[in-house]
Ligand binder design. Structure first.
Ligand SMILES: O=C(O)[C@@H](CO)OP(=O)(O)O
Length: 207
């Protein structure tokens, strides 16, 4: 029986991460540092002796490019890949494109933190993390999980909050627990699942 392996990786630093802008569904590319982070993720995964049978990513450039760089570094360019907007970043609505410090100055530290990290308070015109879970989870259950359970080693390259939505489910975190969970750019998280889809083993490949 082969292992049920799932690796999640957040895209490398984007131009808008660097400029400190709310990004959401906007589509900036990776910075040079982001490219280096994605390559380092590939090197780390290769050093673990891992290879992948299938990959998933969002409809956004920064995640797709990260996936390509990871697979390129592993010498695995041909891996079957699915792209879907179900894995897109949480939609930041009216905040998209605004500077995060300017937003804090305008609405206050606490309000901006609530918009960024609460479970169920959406930013104006955008999605809460709960809304993001509601669109990523069906895709996970219908498309990603069946591959993992069939024993196909699976890589998902996506975004801070679309991956926090999956991490919440995988790690059975409460709404309070997920508030404190930050995902670093280009830092792979390795999971080995049981046949009932619960997590047997979890490792952060960058401490
Ligand atoms: O701007 C965004 O889309 C996200 C990820 O970079 O930011 P935050 O850390 O506020 O969730």
């Amino acid at each position: 029986m082969s292992d049920r392996i799932l690796v999640l990786v957040r895209h490398g630093q984007s131009e808008w991460n660097l400029k400190n802008l709310f990004t959401g569904w906007r589509d900036p590319d990776l910075t040079e540092q982001g490219v280096a982070e994605a390559k380092r993720a590939g090197t780390l995964l290769k050093a673990e002796g891992l290879s992948f049978d299938v990959a998933f990513t969002s409809a956004l450039t920064r995640a797709q490019r990260t996936l390509a760089l990871v697979l390129g570094e592993m010498g695995q360019e041909g891996v079957k890949t699915s792209r879907d907007q179900a894995l897109n970043e949480r939609d930041y609505g009216d905040l998209s494109g605004l500077n995060k410090d300017d937003a804090r100055a305008k609405w206050g530290e606490e309000q901006v933190h609530t918009w960024r990290r609460s479970y169920d308070v959406p930013p104006p015109g955008g999605e809460s993390l709960r809304d993001t879970v509601a669109r990523t989870l069906p895709y996970y259950v219908q498309e990603i999980l069946p591959c993992v359970l069939r024993g196909e080693r699976t890589l998902v390259a996506a975004h801070g909050n679309s991956l926090r939505a999956l991490v919440m489910v995988l790690e059975k975190l409460s709404p309070e627990g997920i508030m404190k969970r930050e995902l670093a750019t280009g830092a792979p998280i390795f999971y080995r699942l049981a046949a009932d889809s619960t997590v047997l083993e979890k490792r952060d490949l960058i401490a």
